[in-house]
Design a binder for this molecule. Structure first.
Ligand code: F6R
Length: 364
C-alpha cells in the first residue's frame, strides 16, 4: 500500500521522521539521559578495534559510523565491502568486535563475511531491519533499526535508521570508555531526539529539489563532493542517483578532486556539494571554487549560514535546517534521496523496480 504516494520510495522517504522516532524511543530513555541496549551488553571499554562490513548503502552507513566511533568513542575502525572482506582472509586480533549492517539481513556476501568472523572476533554485532533474518540470528548482538518494511529497491528509511542506531551505539561506547560525561551524553541524546522534527523541516526542500531535478535529468554525468562524514553521504547520493535515474554519477572526497577528477569538470557536469557549515566548511568551499573557476555548475547543499557565506557564483542552493554537525549525515540523506527520486521521476524510469536490481541480493 503506497498510502497515496506515487511510489514506495516516496512513501518511505516521507516516513522517515516517524520511523526514526520509533528507533530513538527504542534506544533512548524517556528522560533522554541514558542509552538502553539489549542485554548482555558489549563492554566497549575492552574493545580495541572494530571491523564493519556491509554492501551498498549499508556500506556507506559503515563509513559514516567510522567517523563517529573514531571521533567520539576513540575506537579504531576498519571498514570493508563484504564481497572483498570475505575473500581477503584478514587477520583478526584479540579485542576485535565485528559489526555487520544489512537492511534485509540476508545479503549473501555480508552473511559470508559474518560467518568468516565467527570464532575470530570477540563479539559479532549486527544492525538489521529484519529481526528474524539470518544475519540477526547468527549475531551475538543484533540491533534492530525498526524502519518497518522497506519495499522500494533503493534504500532510504533503512539508511537513516541504520545511522541513528549507530550514532546511539557510538555514544554508548564513548560513555563506557569514559570519553563523554553524563552531561555531554544528555546533550547529544537531546540532539538526536530533535532529529524527527528536523527531518520534517528538511522534507520541506522537496519542491526545490523537484525543480532542480528537472535540470539534473538532462545531465550525462554528475559529481558529488563531501568532506569528513559528508563524504559517505556524497557516495550515497551518487549511488541513489545512478540506481534509479541511470545517470552516471560519482562521488569524491572534496580534497581528492584535484588529484584527477577535476579533469572531468566542464559546464555540462553538475557538481553537487554537500556541506553543512561545520569546521571543514571553508576547505570544501575552496574546492567548490576550484570547480566553479573551471566552469562547473555547482549545486550547494548547506544551511543558512553556509549559504550566506558561500553562495556567490553557485548554480543552485538547497538550504537545509541547521543541525548539530555530529548528526548532519542523517539529515543530509534527505536531499540525496529527493534529488535521486525526482530526477528519476523526471526521466520516467521505474523508481521502485530499477532495471537489473533486486531488493535483496542473496547470491554472490
Ligand atoms: C541501495 C541499495 C543496496 C543495498 C545493498 C545491501 O539503495 O539498496 O545498495 O543497500 O544491496 O543490502 P542489505 O542492506 O539488505 O544487506
Amino acid at each position: 500500500d503506497k498510502a497515496g504516494f506515487k511510489h514506495f520510495m516516496a512513501k518511505e522517504i516521507a516516513e522517515q521522521p516517524v520511523v526514526l522516532q520509533g528507533a530513538l524511543s527504542h534506544y533512548i530513555n524517556a528522560e533522554a539521559t541514558a542509552v538502553t541496549m539489549p542485554d548482555p551488553e558489549i563492554d566497549f571499554a575492552q574493545v580495541e578495534r572494530m571491523t564493519m562490513v556491509a554492501c551498498g548503502t549499508a556500506f556507506y552507513a559503515c563509513l559514516v559510523a567510522k567517523y563517529w566511533f573514531e571521533q567520539i568513542a576513540g575506537i579504531p575502525v576498519e571498514v570493508d565491502v563484504a564481497s572483498e572482506f570475505r575473500y581477503r582472509e584478514p587477520p583478526v586480533t584479540k579485542g576485535t568486535v565485528a559489526l555487520f549492517i544489512s537492511q534485509s539481513g540476508e545479503t549473501a556476501d555480508t552473511l559470508a563475511a559474518l560467518r568468516y568472523m565467527q570464532g575470530k572476533a570477540d563479539k559479532i554485532m549486527s544492525v538489521v531491519n529484519v529481526p528474524e533474518s539470518s544475519i540477526a540470528r547468527e549475531s551475538d548482538m543484533p540491533l534492530p533499526i525498526l524502519a518497518g518494511t522497506e519495499i522500494g529497491v533503493a534504500s532510504t528509511k533503512a539508511f537513516t535508521c541504520q545511522l541513528t542506531t549507530l550514532a546511539i551505539l557510538a555514544l554508548r561506547a564513548a560513555q563506557m570508555r569514559g570519553r563523554i560525561n553524563d552531561a555531554e551524553l544528555a546533550e547529544k541524546l537531546a540532539a538526536l531526539r530533535s532529529l524527527p522534527g528536523l527531518l520534517n523541516l528538511a522534507l520541506g526542500i522537496e519542491d526545490k529539489t523537484k525543480s532542480i531535478s528537472r535540470k539534473l535529468a538532462e545531465a550525462r554525468d554528475i559529481l558529488f563532493l563531501g568532506r569528513g562524514a559528508m563524504y559517505p553521504l556524497a557516495l550515497e547520493g551518487a549511488l541513489k542517483l545512478k540506481e534509479i535515474s541511470y545517470i552516471h554519477a560519482e562521488a569524491y572526497a572534496s580534497g581528492e578532486l584535484k588529484h584527477g577528477p577535476i579533469a572531468l569538470v566542464d559546464k555540462h557536469v553538475p557538481i553537487i556539494v554537500m556541506a553543512p557549515r561545520d569546521s571543514l566548511f571553508d576547505k570544501t568551499v575552496s574546492n567548490m571554487q576550484e570547480v566553479m573557476a573551471r566552469g562547473g555548475k555547482v549545486l550547494l547543499i548547506t544551511d543558512q549560514k553556509g549559504a550566506t557565506e558561500a553562495s556567490t557564483g553557485v548554480w543552485e542552493t538547497i538550504i537545509m535546517p541547521e543541525v548539530d554537525p555530529f548528526l548532519a549525515p542523517i539529515l543530509y540523506a534527505v536531499p540525496a534521496q529527493l534529488l535521486a527520486y525526482h530526477t528519476a521521476v523526471a526521466k520516467g524510469t521505474d523508481v521502485d523496480q530499477p532495471r537489473n536490481l533486486a531488493k535483496s541480493v542473496t547470491v554472490e
